[in-house]
Design a protein around this ligand. Structure first.
Ligand code: GLN
Length: 531
């Protein structure tokens, strides 16, 4: 749970607890409960809620699941993501089906029971279930969730349930002091609804002096040894080391009477070492419509970081807005020191022409280019228009009556699980063709990647695209759906229909991101030589 204010990093804290327990050999699962009434974040603007993370089983979820998967290296399912909207939807549906035998349907017990049911559903499959409650203590919306936590604690016993509150201890410059009052108040607020936190994780930009720990302990009724200073770090991947050093995992084990085994964090240390060792820099442009809110591209950014570290590089990301099409001159300036371009996914008409122009610029100037979902669409439209001479080529998403619909919707229900409207969602198998750039990256013929889109490349145009050099390197196993296209004539020019960013891990960067960064480096060296 979180107090004082939002954006303190509850997701990272939750993921860290998961990682530390997993490293000790325990089987963990993680869950995020969001107090908003949307059934899931799929309809929310990325400006409001950041990226929509997609699981293998096709759930469109909160971006915190991305942190969980990256930190703990687990594959989560739709059981790990739930909103107030989903809870109410189920309760109201039950009510309509007469499942409550004439009772008055209420927040307590019906809504809280549904919440507890979803937490307990994971019981018996895992040693520890880690549940993050979204929002901030004191919000009206999160009350039913906190009430469910209170009840669960009573049912399971305090030994089987541990409550962690993440708070904030601000440093007031004029007083030269860290202030504990907001943390005290959040804890009072939590106690008011019957929950005494067991552990306080206190974010601060300055390290705590000894007396801060005891002051917080005294006013919050939490033992001093259970008060932790979650000091600001440069890179989120350092958080587990900070918590571990402070003895956090030992306190968790003591509470549950679990055997304490020192977490080794070997791969984690290795990854951080490569992050810190990387000195040479590369500049990558991410060009999209939501770049003002960088959380919208969270997983793309993390995937870049993982791949850059694996290639001993430090990556600088330049965010380029595609809402307004840039002229050739503007692009030349914007991209002058850019080593590689990523066109990420997106929805809506507003920036497609901006994206098409960038895809064209990258192609003509042989800048390493990686298009993801809508990025692939932009790349195909650009090629059809400017190389194949299909001047009005477009996607039917934006031009329903285009004379050359190079991207269209297919109706075949076979390819879609009917969730989230008519989207192709979640993991689908793909077959990579030997000899392709994609195969070079994956070194595998059968892969599985996560999807979230409605439109597909129109196979009718394949021969035209192919004859001019744009090749299909990956399809669905039946060959009907195109998954990857690439241009052999450039150093690296590739577009994918799926979202590889969701499967990248710090210890195991995604093969395509890895290949992209490697190509950026190779291209840079060649570029320097030729000058
Ligand atoms: N808007 C496109 C589609 O629905 C691309 C979606 C995406 O980039 N995730 O097919």
């Amino acid at each position: 749970m979180g107090g004082v204010l939002s954006s303190l990093g509850k997701g990272i804290a939750t993921a860290t607890i998961g990682l530390l327990l997993k490293e000790m050999g325990y089987k963990v699962s993680l869950q995020k409960y969001d107090p908003y009434l949307n059934v899931d974040p799929s309809m929310m603007s990325p400006f409001q809620h950041g990226e929509v993370f997609v699981t293998d089983d096709g759930a469109e979820t909160d971006l915190d699941l991305g942190h969980y998967e990256r930190f703990v290296d687990v594959v989560l399912t739709r059981d790990s993501s739930c909103s107030a909207g989903q809870i109410y939807e189920t309760v109201l549906d039950n009510e309509r089906r007469g499942m409550y035998s004439g009772m008055t349907v209420q927040v307590i017990p019906h809504v809280t029971d549904e919440i507890k049911k979803r937490i307990k559903k994971l019981d018996r499959h895992f040693d520890v279930i880690i549940t993050e409650i979204g929002g901030t203590v004191g919000d009206i919306e999160s009350l039913p969730f906190l009430e469910a936590v209170r009840q669960l604690r009573l049912e399971l016993g305090t030994k089987n349930c541990l409550c962690v509150l993440l708070t904030y201890v601000p440093y007031i410059k004029t007083a030269g002091e860290l202030k504990t009052k907001p943390s005290q108040h959040s804890t009072y607020k939590l106690r008011e609804i019957g929950i005494q936190p067991d552990i306080l994780l206190c974010r601060s930009e300055m390290p705590f002096e000894e007396e801060i720990y005891s002051k917080i302990a005294l006013f919050t009724n939490v033992p001093t040894k259970n008060v932790f200073n979650a000091i600001d770090v440069d890179c989120v991947y350092e958080v587990p080391l900070v918590y571990q050093q402070a003895g956090f995992s030992k306190v968790i084990c003591d509470h549950f009477d679990l055997e304490y085994r020192e977490p080794e964090l070997k791969l984690w240390h290795q990854f951080l070492k490569s992050v810190h060792r990387a000195e040479e820099e590369i500049n990558i442009a991410i060009c999209g419509q939501y770049v003002r809110h960088q959380d919208s591209y969270k997983s793309v950014r993390e995937a870049l970081l993982h791949a850059a570290a694996a290639n001993q590089r430090k990556v600088n990301i330049r965010w380029i807005e595609t809402e307004h099409s840039l002229s050739d001159e503007e692009l030349k300036q914007e991209l002058a020191d850019i080593d590689g371009i990523i066109l990420p996914g997106g929805f809506g008409m507003s920036d497609i022409e901006g994206k098409i122009i960038i895809a064209g610029y990258a192609r003509e100037h042989n800048i390493p280019f990686f298009g993801i979902c809508l990025g692939l669409h932009a790349m195909v439209i650009e090629y059809a228009r400017n190389v194949c001479g299909l001047t009005d080529a477009h996607s039917t998403e934006f031009a329903p009556h285009s004379p050359h619909p190079v991207l269209h919707q297919i109706d075949t229900a076979k390819y879609k699980r009917m969730v989230g409207g008519n989207m192709r969602l979640g993991a689908y198998p793909c077959s990579v063709q030997k000899g392709s750039l994609a195969y070079e990256a994956y070194q595998m013929e059968q892969i599985s990647e996560r999807h979230r889109h409605r439109y597909e490349i129109n196979n009718t145009y394949n021969p035209q695209l192919n004859s001019r050099g744009m090749m299909v390197s990956d399809t669905s196993p039946d060959g009907m759906l195109i998954e990857i296209m690439e241009l052999k004539t450039n150093d690296f020019y590739i577009g994918v229909q799926f979202h590889p960013e969701f499967k990248s891990r710090p210890q195991r960067p995604h093969p395509l991101f890895n290949a992209f960064i490697a190509a950026v480096i190779r291209h840079g060296t060649r570029h320097q030589k030729s000058h």
